[in-house]
Design a protein around this ligand. Structure first.
Ligand SMILES: Cc1cc2nc3c(=O)[nH]c(=O)nc-3n(C[C@H](O)[C@H](O)[C@H](O)COP(=O)(O)OP(=O)(O)OC[C@H]3O[C@@H](n4cnc5c(N)ncnc54)[C@H](O)[C@@H]3O)c2cc1C
Length: 496
């Protein structure tokens, strides 16, 4: 079913119906409120059972990260009447996720019609927001959503739903605590504007994005260089400082091209892009994946199938969008070096000497568009117990010829994104840590990107509801036995 227009825009004399008007977003917010009121069943009431431990009431769910995954999850939990939650993000308000920091493309890579955070409510869709903000004509004119608009949509989503996000607050430590009779809790250290605080929570969701599990992947040859001479594409880069300098970009995916373009546009003397393969990839596997079977049920496939899908996905990286390529090829000082994996990099008086499979090149600065590492051991948050988390390499032995060292380092997750123990019985608290970030892809498929949210968030929400309920089964039974409230109509009938 296609999203219907939630509002009609007044046409202005002169045919300027596309002019933005704040009153339209206000109207849309009213429409959202009406839609949600139609779904307000059962009437809002808290059902999770409060407890007091160490003088505080533990949260039901603490979500680390305030990007689109966290916001969508917070909304879904609210719909299930789980309100004792907190979402924290280390970034300031409006700077969550990659959109205003290291995402250097002009438009989203996802098709404009994407849904996800809305969880099926038309007035909450990106399209409804865009049309209310810019007009239906503007929607017809675009082929993909501008990056800044996507960020603005997410902020509007958060504000309109009044989601409980605390910005400028980092989670710096996680510690398991067993508290009788409250069961297994997690003590989480938060560091924010008001100092350091410890919060107890029953469930912890790591909605920490693509870097959120293992960290940045830097080729070994580049790691040998002084840190001031290279950056990862997901880091802050002072592009103005690259004006007049020779820049190397390693990698050929979308981010590599967007960083190369940003350097060229900032006046770099030259940009050399180095890729291992002989040609640029042309097939976007994400388009194949965009159907309910694989998006909703990848996690149910046998390990051997999941491994093979992942291996093929890994061996066939997504192509850069044509617009990102065009931003680079518009410059005569952009050069693509194919079949040119770096073997060694050394510093010379005149610059960095890169020795590659196809000859030597001298550059002044290196940007690595080389992706992310999935290994939990690379995350400062997980280091204290990373050796107790099961990886794919612990649980699955691929047939000869199908090995992959990188795939083996991904966490091997349970069906609700929860970490599993490497050795059963050694870290039962792991089942309360749900790894809802980029490193979930090997176990769960493409869950964090906007198209995945409508499948992944309900899956995770259902599991959180189940666990919070089942853990307190005895208390619910006692509460049920004590339930003596007469049904209003029946009471009236008896007294008549
Ligand atoms: C350059 C780039 C372009 C992309 N383009 C698209 C696209 O077009 N379409 C698409 O669907 N996907 C795209 N993606 C994938 C994209 O990352 C996700 O779709 C989206 O950002 C995922 O949302 P998220 O909430 O899971 O993670 P993020 O948006 O990355 O949010 C994670 C948040 O966690 C916070 N955080 C991390 N650690 C901590 C901590 N310890 N304490 C507190 N806060 C913490 C971070 O500050 C961050 O705000 C792109 C990714 C990149 C890198």
């Amino acid at each position: 079913m296609s999203a219907t227009l939630p509002i009609t825009r007044p046409s202005r004399p002169g045919g300027d119906a596309g002019i933005p008007s704040p009153s339209c977003l206000a109207e849309l917010a009213e429409r959202v409120a009406a839609d949600l009121s139609h779904l307000d069943y059962p009437k809002a009431r808290r059902w999770t059972l409060p407890r007091v431990v160490e003088g505080q009431e533990p949260l039901d769910v603490l979500v680390v990260g305030g990007g689109q995954s966290a916001l969508t999850l917070a909304f879904a939990l609210r719909q299930e009447r789980i309100g004792n939650i907190l979402v924290v993000d280390k970034a300031p308000r409006g700077r969550e996720g990659p959109w205003t920091t290291f995402a250097r493309m002009r438009h989203l890579r996802t098709p404009k019609a994407v849904t996800g955070p809305d969880l099926g409510i038309p007035s909450l869709t990106p399209r409804a927001w865009f049309e209310a903000k810019h007009g239906p004509d503007a929607w017809e004119r675009i082929t993909s959503i501008p990056r800044g608009d996507w960020n603005a949509y997410l902020l509007w989503f958060r504000d309109t739903l009044d989601l409980p996000v605390r910005n400028g607050t980092s989670v710096t430590a996680i510690e398991p605590v067993i508290v009788k009779p409250a069961g297994s809790l997690l003590r989480v250290t938060l560091s924010g504007p008001d100092g350091v605080e410890q919060r107890l929570t029953r469930k912890l969701v790591l909605a920490t994005g693509q870097i959120g599990c293992g960290g940045l992947r830097i080729p070994a040859a580049v790691q040998a260089l002084p840190r001031a001479l290279y950056a990862h594409s997901a880091e802050d880069i002072d592009f103005t400082a690259l004006a007049g300098r020779r820049v190397a970009v390693i990698g050929a995916a979308a981010s590599a091209f967007d960083n190369a373009a940003t350097a060229l546009e900032a006046g770099a003397a030259s940009v050399e892009m180095f890729i291992r393969r002989d040609t640029l990839p042309t097939i976007n596997a994400l388009y194949w994946m965009d159907f309910a079977g694989v998006m909703g049920h990848f996690a149910e496939l046998p390990d051997r199938h999941r491994w093979r899908f992942n291996r093929h996905f890994e061996s066939a990286p997504n192509p850069p969008p044509p617009t990102s390529v065009a931003r680079c090829t518009a410059f005569a000082n952009f050069h693509l070096r194919t079949g040119a994996a770096w073997r060694r990099a050394t510093v010379r008086p005149t610059g960095i000497l890169a020795e590659t499979e196809r000859g030597d090149h001298e550059v002044d600065f290196v940007i690595c568009g080389t992706g992310f590492d999935p290994d939990p051991a690379g995350s400062p948050l997980l280091v204290p117990f990373a050796d107790r988390i099961a990886r794919w390499g612990d649980r699955f032995t691929p047939p000869p010829g199908e090995e992959s060292g990188r795939l083996a380092r991904f966490p091997y997750l349970g069906p609700a994104f929860e970490f599993l123990e490497r050795e059963p019985g050694t870290a039962p608290f792991l089942r309360n840590i749900h790894n809802f970030n980029g490193s979930a892809v090997a176990s769960m498929g493409n869950s964090a990107g906007a198209p995945g949210l409508r499948f992944s968030v309900p899956r995770l929400t259902n599991a959180l509801v189940r666990d919070l309920f089942v853990e307190d089964a005895d208390a619910y039974y006692a509460d049920f036995l004590a339930f003596k409230t007469p049904e209003p109509e029946k009471a009236a009938f008896r007294s008549a």
